[in-house]
Write a protein that binds this ligand. Structure first.
Ligand SMILES: NC(=O)c1ccc[n+]([C@@H]2O[C@H](COP(=O)([O-])OP(=O)(O)OC[C@H]3O[C@@H](n4cnc5c(N)ncnc54)[C@H](OP(=O)(O)O)[C@@H]3O)[C@@H](O)[C@H]2O)c1
Length: 343
């Protein structure tokens, strides 16, 4: 059994890790941390986990965490930086859900996150945890940076065209919608029912922190600098990300459909829907699936790709477990076969 520790167990990605790992046949939860809920039983705080774990929250401590085989960091940025060295030196592997190890360039990270990078010496060994692009690096790594939720939906939607150089130009637009759980469980005015319900607004228009990550991955896949106009919006739903991606290509609808189907034919968690489809966030809620549909507008070079994920599953905790499976030589889909909730 893989001994698992979770730092940040009271947040939304932390409790989603618990939900997924509760039925993982090879994972045994050993440590779950929260500084604010120290001593509280997990099942008392999250009754959906009654009968699935007897653990109580404890304060993060690198010695106890180092006794695990893998430690998930479901924490704000900057936290994994401080603990990663000790945890790795003790022999545990790390799957970090925060942005701490996603960017390869230290000045870029420091500019976007307004703080000094706490562990730049670890960056060369960190794998970017998008299995559909970096599977072999993940298998060989002891430190994996799980992609952000928006980047996952955008990168998977654009990869087939970008990596084959099939875009006509650099005019790529990612118009994205997210549910409120994307902001975490902490109390914030913008997450209040009265603020978020029955409304829709854009944010981070002039530059969102996920932008350098999206640029980095698409540029690497393309082999040349690739930029995107990325505009996130908050919509009144709890879970889900929907990305509408606009770009231009000379490929026909039939060729686009073939390209996408072939690219993801062997991917367990990317579903290319039939031509003419529109994936909904509801169709992926609670599952580790990214649902894609590719459209070509009539009498135009305009391509529109629709991409839907659950921000807490393929956009965070499910993808984190997918990475753990790869790092420990397990079948990639172990414990991740949940069917989406309907309605
Ligand atoms: N929410 C999403 O949809 C989503 C998707 C992809 C990635 N992410 C990323 O995943 C990470 C967690 O997100 P979340 O939404 O789960 O956040 P959250 O709901 O705000 O939870 C944060 C957790 O981290 C713990 N924590 C905070 N400061 C800490 C510190 N200094 N040391 C140790 N523990 C600390 C908190 O518990 P205590 O304060 O009690 O210790 C809490 O359990 C973030 O980096 C986020 O950007 C989130």
């Amino acid at each position: 059994m893989i001994k698992v520790g979770i730092v940040g167990g009271t947040g939304y990605t932390g409790v989603e890790l618990l939900r997924i790992l509760a039925h993982h046949p090879q994972a045994e939860l050993r440590v779950i941390t929260s500084r604010s809920e120290e001593g509280v039983a997990v099942a008392e705080m999250y009754p959906n986990l009654r009968g699935h774990t007897d653990l109580a929250f404890s304060v993060p401590d690198s010695k106890t965490l180092g006794e695990c085989d893998v430690v998930f960091f479901a924490t704000p940025h900057g936290v994994a930086h401080a603990l990663a060295d000790d945890v790795l030196q003790a022999g545990a592997r790390i799957v970090d859900l925060s942005a701490d190890f996603r960017l390869t360039d230290v000045p870029t990270w420091e500019a976007w996150y307004n703080q000094e990078h706490g562990a730049p010496h670890l960056l060369p060994e960190a794998a970017y945890g998008l299995p559909e692009l970096y599977r072999q690096q993940i298998v060989e790594s002891r430190l994996v940076a799980v992609p952000g939720c928006f980047p996952t939906s955008i990168e998977l939607g654009l990869l087939p065209l970008v990596e084959k150089g099939l875009l006509q130009d650099q005019r790529i637009i990612a118009d994205c919608k997210t549910g409120v759980s994307g902001a975490g469980r902490g109390a914030k005015v913008g997450s209040l029912l009265c603020e978020a319900s029955e409304s829709l607004h854009a944010y981070g228009v002039s530059g969102h922190r996920h932008l350098p990550e999206i640029r980095q991955v698409l540029s690497h896949a393309a082999g040349s600098p690739t930029d995107v106009t990325f505009i996130p919006h908050l919509v009144p739903m709890i879970r889900g990300i929907h990305a509408t991606l606009y770009c231009r290509s000379e490929l026909s609808q039939v060729e686009l459909q073939q390209l996408f189907e072939q690219r993801y034919a062997d991917e367990p968690f990317v579903d290319v829907m039939p031509a003419g489809s529109q994936p909904s966030t509801r169709s992926v809620k609670g599952s580790n699936v990214c649902r894609l549909a590719v459209h070509k507008l009539i009498d135009s070079d305009q391509v529109v790709i629709l991409s839907a994920i659950d921000n807490l599953v393929k956009g965070a905790s499910g993808q984190a477990v997918q990475n753990m499976n790869l790092m420990f030589g397990l079948p990639e889909n172990t414990g991740l076969e949940h069917v989406a909730l309907m309605p």
